[in-house]
Design a protein around this ligand. Sequence first.
Ligand code: ZN
Length: 371
Amino acid sequence: MRFTIDEQLADGRGRTGTLELAHGVVRTPAYMPCASRAAVRACPPGEIAAAGVQIVVANAYHLHLRPGEDVVGDCGGLHRFMRWDRPILTDSGGFQVFSLADRNCITEEGVTFRSPVDGHEILLTPELSVQIQMTLGGDIAMPLDECCPCPAERDYVERSIERTLRWAERSLAAHRHDAQRLFGIVQGGVYPQLRARSARATAELGFPGFGIGGLSVGERRDEMLVALRAAMAALPADRPVHLMGVGTPLDIVDCAAEGVDLFDCVLPTRNARHGGVMTWEGVLRIAAAEHERDTRTLSEECDCPACAQGFSRAYLRHLFRIKEPLGWQLLSLHNVRFYTQLLERVRAAIAADALGELRAQLSAWSERDRA
Ligand SMILES: [Zn+2]
């Protein structure tokens, strides 16, 4: 893996870069759609690549449950299994396990939970998560970390970042893969000092890149940005940073200004499933009666398969209302393309030192928009 910084904001940490991974080059900042179960929902990989996607995120938790990492490994690894030849980042599954809070039990060893598929008990340890991800064979793997609920008391968060650090060391010791890089994860809740401490200690372990976890989980937006800045200031500036699970278009512009290089977010595909069409003018509800005879495409500024082939809002509204999978696919591809186009504009704006102007183009989006 090689990471080169290409352009840097005159004022601030925001930068564009080139991340060279085993399966190709990623221009950063980049958006990574979720392919948690080895598919960007409803979308063939060729169409996802044509929509400008450079890298996707798969999930060790989901793929361990079904079909099992051994099945994927025996079928030639995740890239071959899902017919995606560009880079893949795999997440540890920690966030998914911890979001089933009523059913998990955390010990120093790992986290125990019941499989939602067949109810059997699974102990997910840092070593098992690394083992699953090595078998899947993604370009970037993430160590198991403890995701604190929000809100969480400072004492609890402090103990949890210490545990996450011990798990990070165990993950590093278990990780042996020539073509895959293991990133470290920074936690620390909304507490800037804990964020800085977690970032410094994680960096000292020598990871080639970092994830920042536990943000955009219910805290206020200003708290998120303060915590992010504290973490970024304590991380080495020459390593790539992935802000996990963030966010809305405005979040992405503001966090890219802070130097974040990689974003993953379910909003484009989740919105598509609920008929939310993302545009430069905000979210358009395809089911709304006003689109019944609307022959316009979703957006004049979009070149996704739905817009490029001239599918009308009236037709897409019809497909959505009859729950036709073609409608889901076209809306998903449109929203994914909106995000890759957004990141193209973020990269151009950083190079031109004009992020403020790009932010103004998103004035229809409010800071509270979540879906
Ligand atoms: Zn489109």
